[in-house]
Design a protein around this ligand. Structure first.
Ligand SMILES: [Zn+2]
Length: 83
């Protein structure tokens, strides 16, 4: 660790954060609707303040949310995606 807050989280860190957040709330932090499940691939860990804007990987900057598609085709609502 070099004091950089914005390293990529490891799988273990993500799983730990998701477990903690799941215990607090099972709702999407973005749309407020229920999430499909802790281990569902449509449930993702979301940074409230993006890392690129100085957000940290600490639990208070994280929330569970439906998977966003940041890459291509970001214009389609993720909630329309059927599993
Ligand atoms: Zn949502």
């Amino acid at each position: 660790m070099t004091g950089q807050a914005s390293h990529d989280m490891t799988k273990g860190e993500k799983a730990n954060a998701m477990n903690q957040l799941w215990e607090k709330s099972k709702l999407c932090g973005i749309c407020g609707k229920g999430l499909p499940g802790r281990y569902n691939k449509a449930t993702t860990l979301d940074h409230i303040i993006p890392v690129s804007k100085g957000g940290t990987n600490k639990i208070d900057n994280l929330q569970l949310a439906h998977l966003k598609r940041n890459n291509r085709k970001a214009d389609k609502l993720p909630h329309e995606v059927k599993l």
